[in-house]
Design a protein around this ligand. Structure first.
Ligand SMILES: *[C@@H]1O[C@H](CO)[C@@H](O)[C@H](O)[C@H]1NC(C)=O
Ligand SMILES: *[C@@H]1O[C@H](CO)[C@@H](O)[C@H](O)[C@H]1NC(C)=O
Ligand SMILES: *[C@@H]1O[C@H](CO)[C@@H](O)[C@H](O)[C@H]1NC(C)=O
Ligand SMILES: *[C@@H]1O[C@H](CO)[C@@H](O)[C@H](O)[C@H]1NC(C)=O
Ligand SMILES: *[C@@H]1O[C@H](CO)[C@@H](O)[C@H](O)[C@H]1NC(C)=O
Ligand SMILES: *[C@@H]1O[C@H](CO)[C@@H](O)[C@H](O)[C@H]1NC(C)=O
Length: 439
């Protein structure tokens, strides 16, 4: 089918073919004339950093019968036509006096046959615009401006980082695709290599002006900056890549003034890495295979630890993105041995005092009763009782701190016939220590 159509189209327009050849014949002299006049620019568009130099590469031709008189580079004024039909101001002119003061001493012209390349130095924002090359010969009509020209754009420093992602609205979440772009005002020269920094550290792999992260993770959270590698140009202001993520590395730290001992205060803190920071916490205690909620703050405090607080603890940290549990922390409240001893000693002391008071009360009753009931009986019994009492009083006064001798004295009067033994320190001490160990 295709082939047939082609055959038909070739055979049909005989008249048109003639016309075609005629038009070529007419055009030949004109194109020959045009071919002798030409200017070519390279490239048509340039973006350079301000304060740097730019090269306009340019070559030209003119009829060999002509003599070159004037060469010039011009820039149309802002309000003029930008197609090269208005000369505007002279950037370069073989008649030096014609050069605009804005460009004096800032250009280097090739000044070679058929080479119209121009270097423009210390470029600034005011240099933005179209540039054209024009040549004039000794002939009245020997004037030619290269069409198209070169458009110069000037990148104004400093660099800045912009972040774009697929979804326009809302924060950046883990898994999103994100693009960071290093750019300058007006345009960004495609010269490199670029340098990227994350929290002031160079990212060695990133050398383009675009840094693409296909799937962001919480590790990508941070401040980013960029600049030119091996250049003194200042790098961009940092921009925060604000990746939102659920709590990570949830762990419990224990803060206590001293050891985890009975009576000490201590605080369990639920730490986490989250963005935004975790707002909801839950504390759990495991004891005897029983999990119970114990708190909803980031901290769990115990004012005075006791063995009741023994157990395993863990916390859950939560933000809008999700939650995570901490590892389990086992808490064991120690009972210090010296305290144990002290408590026992105190208990013994009060016990002894109590017994003493009871006996003291009994002895007073006995003292009151005996004279009446046993008035006829022999006095020695009374004397013994009185002596015991006296002994007791003595020991109370003299050795209040030592409860032991009293104990020794008390034990003996059960048989009234025997006299209480003397205040033997050694013997009483043994009894005391025995008691204390029993408790
Ligand atoms: C250009 O340079 C010349 C000599 O180097 C100097 O005399 C002249 O003032 C300079 N012109 C401008 C506009 O800087
Ligand atoms: C034109 O002149 C420039 C500057 O002098 C030079 O770098 C370039 O190589 C020249 N081009 C040609 C084609 O000679
Ligand atoms: C470059 O131009 C700026 C003004 O645009 C000027 O302040 C600066 O001194 C110039 N630098 C050089 C090296 O000529
Ligand atoms: C990012 O920069 C800001 C402002 O300088 C600073 O407050 C913040 O701590 C930085 N963040 C990181 C992750 O370095
Ligand atoms: C987190 O805590 C806030 C304030 O206490 C409460 O309003 C919210 O419901 C809690 N969110 C969750 C998911 O528990
Ligand atoms: C678990 O603890 C709760 C509260 O502390 C208590 O009511 C419950 O009886 C306990 N269950 C078991 C099986 O120990």
């Amino acid at each position: 089918m295709h082939l047939k159509k082609q055959v038909i189209s070739w055979t049909k327009p005989l008249k048109g073919q003639h016309m075609f050849f005629i038009s070529i014949l007419l055009q030949l002299p004109l194109s020959a004339v045009l071919a002798s006049w030409s200017v070519s620019y390279k490239p048509g568009y340039i973006c350079v950093f301000e304060r740097s130099s730019v090269d306009f590469t340019c070559s030209f031709k003119y009829p060999s019968s002509h003599t070159l008189k004037t060469t010039k580079w011009f820039k149309p004024k802002e309000y003029q036509k930008q197609d090269g039909s208005h000369e505007g101001i002279f950037v370069y002119n073989s008649k030096a006096a014609e050069i605009d003061k804005l460009y004096k001493n800032r250009t280097v012209y090739a000044k070679q046959d058929q080479n119209c390349s121009l270097q423009l130095q210390n470029v600034s924002k005011s240099d933005i615009g179209n540039y054209f090359f024009r040549l004039e010969t000794n002939y009245y009509h020997g004037k030619y401006t290269g069409l198209g020209g070169i458009y110069l754009n000037v990148a104004v420093l400093p660099f800045r980082v912009t972040v774009t992602k697929q979804k326009v609205n809302g924060p950046i979440h883990e898994g999103d695709s994100v693009t960071l772009k290093c750019s300058t005002e007006n345009c960004t020269p495609q010269q490199g290599p670029f340098a990227w920094f994350k929290n002031q550290l160079l990212l060695p792999q990133a050398t383009g002006n675009v840094l693409r992260i296909a799937s962001v993770s919480h590790n990508d959270f941070g401040n980013y900056s960029c600049g030119l590698k091996n250049s003194s140009t200042t790098s961009a202001d940092e921009i925060l890549l604000d990746v939102r993520y659920s709590p990570k590395n949830v762990e419990i730290t224990i803060s206590t003034s001293a050891k985890i001992e009975q009576g000490n205060s201590l605080t369990l803190i639920c730490n986490s890495n989250a963005n935004p920071a975790a707002t909801n916490y839950t504390w759990f205690k495991i004891r005897d295979a029983n999990i119970s909620f114990i708190g909803f703050d980031s901290e769990f405090s115990i004012k005075a630890a006791s063995q009741k607080d023994d157990g395993q603890y863990f916390c859950t940290a939560k933000n809008d993105m999700g939650s995570q549990n901490s590892m389990i922390v086992a808490l064991k409240v120690e009972v210090p041995s010296h305290r144990h001893f002290f408590l026992t000693a105190t208990a013994v002391f009060f016990f002894v005092i109590a017994v003493l008071l009871v006996l003291f009360g009994l002895s007073i009753r006995r003292k009151r009763i005996t004279p009446k009931q046993q008035s006829t009986e022999q006095t020695p019994a009374v004397t013994v009782t009185e002596e015991i009492y006296e002994n007791l009083r003595k020991s109370l006064e003299s050795e209040e701190s030592h409860t032991s001798p009293i104990y020794a004295d008390l034990k003996l009067p059960s048989s009234t016939s025997e006299r209480p033994c003397s205040n033997s320190q050694e013997g009483s001490a043994v009894i005391y220590s025995l008691l204390s160990y029993k408790e």
